[in-house]
Design a protein around this ligand. Structure first.
Ligand SMILES: Nc1ncnc2c1ncn2[C@@H]1O[C@H](COP(=O)(O)OP(=O)(O)OP(=O)(O)O)[C@@H](O)[C@H]1O
Length: 246
């Protein structure tokens, strides 16, 4: 069942179109990789879906809610945004404890104190940071901060999780931990996940389907197995083989 869809989407900067997506759809409960060369528009696509970038045109069908993106009100945007979790490449930490960093979103939502405590403890356990709950968040390692960001994004149980190159600056052991956490979160909640990644092996390991973005367009989209083993376009074949694409 398709639950997330964008249509007639264009993003322009200085009168130049940098994203042009007539249609893209994502099924509920699957993990998608968004792949493509640098500057092709991957992050912009993620930011449009997260309502951080306003497109020149486009509709978003978000789990039963249809919105015209250029005329979306702040209030409506906020209510949709609260159903999504976003993990950027380099998350910034609030100057407070790990616990407070994860609790912040729930406090904004004015949840009862005890509910917050239970949810935060549960999220910290999932990302294996229970032991660090009372430490200052900005004293932790890059890999641990990335897991705090994931806990922060997951703690209010979003229906959609958006990851923008979340492991790009991590060493292999932290990449492995982060991937394990993603897999266990997905197994537990069946969250729909969209992940921009430059790491092809990671996309193979984690995703059910992939999209290839090139020059602002989605050139290819298919399940992960055929995407990697029988790509249809020359550009994707070249990209997989490590050749320059134009
Ligand atoms: N705020 C902005 N103002 C002007 N141009 C922008 C802006 N944000 C992005 N762009 C341009 O839009 C294009 C797509 O950028 P985007 O960050 O989406 O690419 P990307 O595929 O995620 O790249 P990378 O893999 O290097 O992160 C690039 O040419 C970029 O320079």
């Amino acid at each position: 069942m398709t639950e997330l869809r964008v249509s007639d989407l264009t993003v322009t900067y200085d009168q130049k179109t940098i994203l042009d997506v007539p249609h893209a759809s994502f099924e509920c409960g699957r993990i998608y990789g968004i792949i493509g060369p640098s500057g092709s528009g991957k992050s912009t696509l993620l930011r449009v879906i997260n309502l951080l970038t306003q497109p020149a045109s486009g509709h978003l069908h978000f789990f039963g809610v249809d919105v015209h993106l250029p005329s979306l009100s702040h209030r409506e945007g906020l209510s949709l945004q609260r159903q999504m979790g976003f993990v950027p490449q380099k998350p910034s930490m609030f100057h407070s404890s790990v616990f407070d960093n994860v609790a912040q979103g729930l406090r904004y939502r004015k949840l009862p104190r005890e509910t917050i405590r239970i949810r935060v403890e549960d999220a910290l356990e999932k990302v294996d940071l229970t032991h660090a709950a009372n430490q200052m968040a900005n004293t932790l390692s890059g890999g641990e901060m990335q897991r705090i960001a994931l806990a922060r994004a997951m703690v209010y149980e979003p229906v959609l999780l958006l990851l923008d190159e979340p492991t790009a600056s991590l060493d292999p052991s932290n990449v492995a931990i982060f991937e394990r956490v993603i897999q266990s979160i997905h197994a537990m909640h069946k969250t729909t996940i969209l992940m921009v990644t430059h790491n092809l092996a990671q996309a193979k390991r984690l995703t059910h389907a992939c999209l290839f973005v090139h020059k602002g367009r989605i050139l290819e989209a298919s399940d992960t197995e055929p995407f990697f083993h029988s790509p249809e376009t020359q550009e994707v074949q070249d990209f997989m083989a490590g050749r320059m694409i134009y």
